[in-house]
Ligand binder design. Structure first.
Ligand SMILES: [Zn+2]
Length: 224
């Protein structure tokens, strides 16, 4: 793979909070796991039609993988590519299966007061851009999240991240889109790495002019 980058803008997502960005097709966004321990939930929408959103179910059909690797595209609920993974400087462990956390999730975990959550963070990030997503979307791309299929082939195990400080993933926009991120506030289920399970801030960078020779993947079709 060859790629090059020019002008970039970066912003910090405070621990337990959310931010969103608007990308033009061809731009890219890099998510840096500053402390190496943080799970980051991610959603995306067609900038001109918020009813079209990045969809984990159609993406798994498209790529025939539990989660994408470099060169794989995420597709929307209308099966159009929206983001392509163009760099992954991590061990490649991410998740497309686990629902984003929401207020009810923390109630079920025994929390009696309001607990920050990825669902609300997604709305907060988009509201900052003046955009209101039409509905909650629990099916997020859970960057750096470590969910392992067990040897029986059907059981999932929730584990802490395996990333190191500074590990990152970069996704290129295949259409003009909004992309929202939540630095997951989860501090009960042990998903944040390095032992103490404390939510940490992460960095996102918009790469204005990202060039990559990766074409993105065509959809999988069965071979005879
Ligand atoms: Zn979360």
């Amino acid at each position: 793979m060859t790629s090059s980058t020019s002008a970039s803008a970066s912003l910090t997502i405070p621990a337990g909070h959310g931010k969103a960005v608007r990308l033009k097709a061809g731009q890219a966004v890099r998510v840096v796991n500053t402390h190496g321990t943080q799970v980051v939930d991610c959603w995306a929408w067609n900038a001109y039609d918020l009813a079209e959103y990045m969809c984990m179910e159609t993406t798994r059909v498209w790529n025939q993988r539990l989660n994408p690797i470099v060169g794989d595209s995420f597709v929307t609920n209308q099966r159009h590519p929206i983001l392509t993974v163009v760099e992954d400087a991590t061990p490649g462990v991410h998740d497309t299966f686990m629902a984003a956390c929401d207020r009810r999730r923390y109630e079920l975990l025994g929390v009696k007061h309001y607990h920050r959550n990825c669902c609300d963070n997604m709305f907060e990030g988009m509201f900052e851009l003046g955009v209101t997503p039409p509905r909650p979307n629990l099916a997020s791309f859970n960057i750096f999240m470590n969910i392992r299929v067990q040897p029986d082939g059907i059981t999932l195990k929730t584990l802490p991240t395996v990333t190191k400080p500074g590990d990152f993933i970069t996704m290129r926009a295949e259409m003009d889109c909004f992309v929202a991120f939540s630095a997951c506030p989860q501090d009960i289920v042990k998903i944040q790495g390095q032992g103490d399970n404390t939510p940490k801030p992460v960095e996102i960078m918009v790469l204005e002019d990202f060039h990559s020779d990766l074409p993105g993947t065509p959809t999988w079709v069965p071979q005879n």
